[in-house]
Design a protein around this ligand. Structure first.
Ligand code: PMP
Length: 349
């Protein structure tokens, strides 16, 4: 079944805003967008014009990077925007629900809440190393479930859940989208779920340049899905999501030489992750460090708040995730540079 049948019914036949850049009209004198005819003082050329909604060069670079056809890809302001648009486009307020993991990335719950959709979670147990039983996740889904969100590697646990993707996508076929958030996949050393897109038309993969590609400040995320789903998401997005300087930064980061340096940085970071996890596990007041496939590690301390304070006293900021179910005394620690990791270990020793 075409997954567009699961779009909010009140959006059936939705006519997107016809922005000037979408018109397809070409001319040398552009008087159709109420732009300034002059460049602003000190601004690069072209900044007086609205940007392309989906810049051709960026789109083709991203499609090549992710190994997918261009019509499967929509790119916007971080994967955060893609998550928001999926919720807004598919979930009826007060009726539909979204299924996810707990603990997991906080924006799924917030986005669902903003849309008025119920957010149901399957609790993953720290004692079981956050192992996922996909059938228990499926048991939470019903006729009003529009999205099942699987974050893999999961934030903040670092656990991979890729083994479950095929089974989940199959079981949800025609009913709900399986959204696999792969924000950290580059650190995992396994293939992306994009390889499965041909098999499941209800599969959506989220990728980002924010982590491995060192471009969190440029806010470039991609939604990769069946072409109909990608097109629909593009149609409900704000007209010009991608600022010119961000697009330029992303295109530069995707040049072959830059990509080579990125791969080297990923390898360094993965090696650092192993060393940091081992060193943390040897500290006396650390109870557990979970294996991580991402660029952070989750650690449980004898006294989480005290560890947070000790780090802060040394000017080091860590993420307190202890409010999430089952994560008492746990901190999420981003793998930093060798210097930063050393400083942290010293502060915690
Ligand atoms: N998904 C996950 C799992 C994340 O951890 C984050 C960032 N914290 C995002 C998505 C959002 O990333 P982006 O910068 O692409 O919006």
């Amino acid at each position: 079944m075409n997954m567009l049948a699961r779009v909010r019914p009140d959006l059936a036949g939705f006519q997107p805003y016809a922005s000037a850049r979408r018109s397809g009209l070409v001319g040398t004198i552009r008087l159709n967008a109420n732009e300034s005819p002059w460049s602003g003082d000190g601004c690069p050329t072209g900044f007086n014009r609205y940007p392309d909604p989906q810049p051709l060069a960026l789109r083709s670079d991203l499609a090549a990077l992710y190994g997918v056809a261009e019509d499967r890809l929509w790119t916007g302001r971080g994967s955060d925007e893609a998550i928001d648009l999926l919720l807004r486009g598919f979930c009826r307020a007060g009726r539909d629900n979204v299924v996810g993991l707990a603990p997991s990335f906080g924006m799924y719950r917030i986005g669902a809440q903003l849309q008025g959709a119920e957010y149901r979670t399957l609790a993953l147990r720290a004692e079981a190393d956050f192992a996922l039983d996909p059938d228990r996740l499926l048991a939470l889904a019903d006729a009003d479930t529009k999205l099942v969100i699987l974050c893999s590697p999961n934030n903040p646990t670092g656990e991979l859940h890729h083994d479950a993707i095929g089974h989940l996508a199959q079981a949800l076929a025609g009913r709900a989208l399986l959204v696999v958030d792969e924000a950290y996949i580059e650190f995992a050393g396994i293939p992306s779920a994009t390889a499965l897109l041909d098999r499941y038309d209800n599969l959506v993969v989220l990728r980002t340049l924010s982590k491995a590609h060192a471009l969190a400040g440029a806010r470039i995320g991609s939604l990769i899905a069946h072409a109909d789903v990608a097109r629909f998401i593009g149609s409900i997005a704000a007209p010009y999501p991608l600022p010119l300087p961000c697009v330029a930064a992303a295109v530069a980061a995707l040049e072959p030489a830059a990509l080579e340096r990125t791969h080297a940085r990923i390898a360094t970071l993965v090696a650092e992750r192993g060393q940091l996890a081992d060193a943390l596990a040897r500290l006396p007041r650390v109870r557990r460090v979970w294996p991580s496939a991402a660029n952070f590690v989750l650690a449980r301390f004898d006294d989480g708040p005290a560890a947070l304070e000790r780090a802060l006293a040394a000017g080091i900021v860590l993420r307190d995730v202890s409010a999430q179910p089952g994560l008492d005394d746990c901190l999420r620690i981003t793998v930093g540079s060798p210097y930063e990791n050393e400083a942290l270990l010293e502060a915690l020793a």
